[in-house]
Design a protein. Structure first.
Length: 363
């Protein structure tokens, strides 16, 4: 309930299927209140894979901080109502880690966007197979009397493709006879998670010679790429076990590396980012990925204060770890015969791309 004359925060949530939610909050509500309301309306229990993203007046993307007052986070956002984008934030390392059908559905929607927008490149035949599962989940079994020529012409995933590609999608649609939408999501994810750039949070950076690069953060560590999306080339990879500390100072992200057996001294690698704000967002991504995926403890804040992130920021990862999500999923499965929950799948005819700043190309 709102007090009389109390200022209300009008929040507009854009969902992955292009539908939206409208949520009004009291002025002193924290980010946790907004995400809790959103996830409750979406019937989500495996919430920690997701997040709400917004943009400041300089078009810099930010994730909603659960612990801070939302109004204070939005000081640099002038447009009202405030717009947030519901997105996958931490991609599960394997589809089998997802226990709920609704979770698999939303992760699948995010990956569709990633593929369409070029953030998750794959071979054209792989795209055709993925599209075949999407079409089966949307249209059901192929029926020549119902699915006449042109039935996919306006379908977003196959637009701007050659007729040969469309023919292959239709052949895959025919092969998927009998698969339910839930089965299609499972098979879709089983292919997608094997793609080289799956689950990587990309940031544009520069090396010490001011050469543009991409820095990718994932559950496995930090990877350096050159080139332009979708045709990037991996230059180097730093697994979390090789990184002894991650710091940021002004516009520089500093990785302190564990010396290898043939090194006699510590090594630091410095990357330059276009702004201090963007640098801090990259550092926060490292904090969250490390805490979520690497912790061997299951409680909240499991690794959020890890010595790895020696910096004076008050930011900490406040969600459950992947280990905790797995433990909770197993318990729910034991309590009921089916782990599926009822939810509404909206028509993908309304679906389009635009991943809302997965990579800020201005950096």
């Amino acid at each position: 309930m709102f007090k009389r004359n109390e200022e209300v925060l009008e929040c507009h949530i854009e969902l992955l299927d292009n539908s939206n939610l409208q949520i009004d909050l009291p002025r002193n509500a924290t980010g946790q209140v907004l995400v809790d309301r959103t996830y409750q309306l979406l019937n989500l229990t495996e919430t920690d894979y997701f997040g709400l993203r917004y943009y400041d007046q300089k078009e810099q993307p930010h994730w909603v901080d659960h612990e801070k007052v939302l109004r204070k986070q939005l000081k640099q956002v002038k447009r009202k109502p405030y717009t947030f984008y519901f997105m996958v934030k931490l991609y599960p390392l394997h589809p089998s880690y997802l226990f709920e059908e609704v979770t698999r559905y939303f992760v699948s929607l995010q990956i569709r966007r990633d593929v369409m927008d070029g953030f998750l490149p794959c071979l054209e035949e792989t795209q055709a197979i993925l599209a075949g599962y999407i079409v089966q989940g949307e249209f059901g079994d192929y029926d020549p009397t119902e699915h006449t020529p042109g039935y996919l012409d306006e379908y977003p995933f196959v637009q701007d493709k050659l007729p040969e590609f469309l023919s292959r999608v239709i052949e895959h649609h025919k092969k998927n006879k009998g698969l339910t939408p839930g089965h299609c999501d499972r098979r879709f994810l089983d292919i997608a998670y094997r793609l080289p750039l799956y689950g990587i949070d990309m940031h544009t950076v520069m090396d010490y010679n001011s050469i543009p690069l991409f820095l990718g953060v994932s559950g496995n560590g930090i990877t350096v790429y050159s080139g332009e999306l979708p045709d990037v080339v991996q230059l180097n990879n730093f697994p979390w076990v090789r990184v002894s500390a991650i710091k940021y100072k002004n516009k520089n992200l500093i990785l302190d590396m564990v010396p290898s057996h043939d090194q006699e001294y510590d090594e630091s690698i410095i990357f330059q980012i276009h702004s201090r704000t963007a640098c801090k967002e990259l550092w926060k991504s490292c904090v969250e990925h490390h805490a979520f995926f690497r912790s061997l403890r299951s409680d909240r804040r499991a690794s959020s204060t890890n010595f790895l992130f020696r910096r004076g920021s008050t930011f900490r990862y406040s969600g459950r770890t992947q280990l905790k999500l797995l433990e909770d999923g197993v318990l729910r499965s034991q309590r009921r015969r089916s782990s599926s929950q009822k939810f509404e799948r909206l028509s993908q005819h309304r679906f389009s791309g635009h991943s809302h700043g997965k990579v800020d190309q201005r950096k």
